[in-house]
Write a protein that binds this ligand. Structure first.
Ligand code: FAD
Ligand code: NAD
Length: 466
């Protein structure tokens, strides 16, 4: 029987990063993945394919809507080859997952294909083509999550679909009804809107991306409405039925008035749930919460001392970079180090266009905690860079402590803010004040100048360009 210092179950961005870090620290490491492709949700049916389709559909939209204003004329009609777009996405995924094979090989990590199930706290049975048992001093559970749904919805995965199917459709929907105006619904809704679909989003709360800063919800709603997406906010879906190629979605508004929407596809994107099926956690005595999450302490250790859990299967944001940070943390703890994660500084990004990015506390959270703060905001449209590219929507907002000026939250909507948020993370990690950011030189012309201007506005209410 093969023996390891660490066995990692699951090869998503939590698991594969944990395995690499363990190997770097000299620990003999195995990784177990039930699919024959590594990379988990993120690489196969999450972050990477959704961003590939967002980029492709953005190019298409530019070609049909914006090229002309830049003086680019295309003789004849621009044609969409959707099958090719999907094939390109698949190629991007394949290249990326092959990269993980290379990394496992380079770091001398043993890869097992098959479902990993606990026999006891130190033995894992792997049921793949052949059944094998390995022994591990420590195990890291990184089994991720799966889409959740509503109890009355029957996901047939053809017309009533999750994000997984929405990333590999055979045709552009005529009318895509999206249930849930969160990250997945808006990213994939925007992809299909750009490609010509009618898109309707039904959201239970009174705003989209409800966990982000209210200003961001408002701005993105305004822009996406302009792009032609229809929104039904404060609507509770009560029934979804399918007849042939037609899906009927019934929802009620706050006044209990019924709305019926008919589409050819319905994307259910109401969140994801932790995944532990087949793991047989009970054989090792591991505590799983009522909601199916693996229960962990602040060292990500389960109630069984030598077993840890990370990523989507534990509490916290379901984000790839959060899972990876946790993978690194656990590997370092096992190796005897004392690492830490500042969960307040895990950024959140929505890759619509304009992009939406956030770190730290929202205005709503500061108000609720009764923290006195200053707010400085700068509109993207006042930047030379935005006028040059034509990306005028959005803003940067910096929230800082009223007395000390320490930056408490940064919230952005605009072109490339997914990349700009890194500046805010660095600043907050070093506990910068808004004035610190305001006094740093930002290259001109860049979108980053909006960060400096918002910091000037937060510091002394003296932005330079508005
Ligand atoms: P996962 O990536 O889910 O990996 C878990 C792995 O464990 C899977 O490969 C699974 O097959 C395997 N597994 C499960 N049980 C067993 C078992 N018993 N034995 C062996 N293997 C097992 N996050 C971002 O940060 N940015 C984004 O842009 C982003 N976009 C997304 C887009 C979509 C459409 C979706 C669905 C998600 C997106 N996410 C994004 C979220 C991100 O994908 C997850 O947060 C991330 O993948 C979680 O990583 P993980 O390692 O915890 O689990
Ligand atoms: P989400 O939590 O972002 O959004 C779900 C939305 O559905 C919420 O707005 C919620 O209010 C709404 N909702 C819930 N029940 C409803 C109901 N009955 N009727 C109508 N609306 C309802 O979840 P998601 O968009 O499914 O994404 C799942 C996870 O994947 C998220 O945790 C997210 O972090 C991750 N993800 C991240 C990215 C990214 O980082 N860019 C992209 C995609 C997914």
């Amino acid at each position: 029987m093969s023996k390891y210092d660490v066995a990692v179950i699951g090869s998503g961005p939590g698991g594969y990063v944990a395995a690499i870090r363990c190997a770097q620290l000299g620990l003999k490491t195995a990784i177990i993945e039930k699919y024959n492709v590594l990379g988990g949700t993120c690489l196969n049916v999450g972050c990477i394919p959704s961003k590939a389709l967002l980029d492709s559909s953005h190019h298409y939209e530019d070609a049909i809507k914006h090229f002309e204003e830049h003086g680019i004329e295309i003789p004849g009609d621009v044609k969409l080859n959707f099958k090719k777009m999907i094939a390109r996405k698949a190629a991007v995924v394949e290249q990326t997952t092959k990269g993980i094979d290379y990394l496992m090989d380079k770091n001398k990590i043993d890869v097992y294909t098959g479902t990993g199930a606990f026999k006891d706290a130190t033995h894992i049975v792997i049921s793949g083509e052949k059944e094998q048992t390995i022994e591990a001093k420590n195990t890291i559970i990184a089994t991720g999550s799966k889409p959740s749904s509503l109890p009355f919805i029957k996901l047939d995965k053809e017309r009533v679909i999750t994000s997984t199917e929405a990333l590999s459709l055979n045709e552009v929907p005529k009318h895509l009804v999206v249930i849930g105006g969160g990250v997945i619904g808006l990213e994939l809704g925007q992809v299909y809107r750009r490609l010509g679909a009618e898109v309707s989003v039904v959201e239970y709360m009174d705003r989209i991306i409800p966990t982000m800063d209210g200003g961001q919800s408002k701005e993105l709603l305004k822009v996406m409405k302009k792009q032609g997406v229809k929104f039904y906010l404060s609507h509770k879906v009560s029934a979804v039925s399918k007849k042939g190629k037609e899906v009927t979605i019934t929802a009620t508004d706050k006044k209990d008035e019924e709305v019926t929407l008919k589409g050819d596809y319905c994307l259910v994107s109401v969140g994801r749930k932790p995944f532990t099926d087949g793991l047989k956690a009970e054989n090792a005595g591991i505590k799983v919460t009522e909601r199916g999450m693996i229960d962990v302490n602040d060292q990500l250790q389960t109630n069984i001392k030598n077993i840890y859990a990370i990523g989507d299967v534990v509490r916290g944001a379901m984000l790839a970079h959060k899972a990876s940070e946790e993978g690194t943390l656990v590997a370092e703890i096992i190796a005897g180090q004392k690492p830490h994660i500042n969960y307040n500084l895990i950024p959140g990004v929505v890759y619509t266009w304009p992009e939406v990015a956030s770190v730290g506390k929202t205005e709503e959270q500061l108000k609720e905690a009764k923290v006195e703060y200053k707010s400085g905001q700068f509109p993207m449209r006042a930047l030379g860079r935005s006028r040059a590219s034509g990306d005028l929507d959005g803003f940067v907002k910096i929230l800082s402590d009223k007395k000390t000026d320490e930056v408490l939250g940064v919230h952005m909507v605009g072109a490339r803010v997914a990349d700009l948020i890194a500046e805010a993370v660095v600043a907050m990690e070093y506990r910068a004040s808004a004035e610190d950011i305001a006094r740093m030189s930002h290259a001109h012309p860049t979108y980053a100048e909006a960060v400096k201007e918002a910091a000037l506005a937060a510091t002394e209410n003296r932005p330079l360009h508005i």
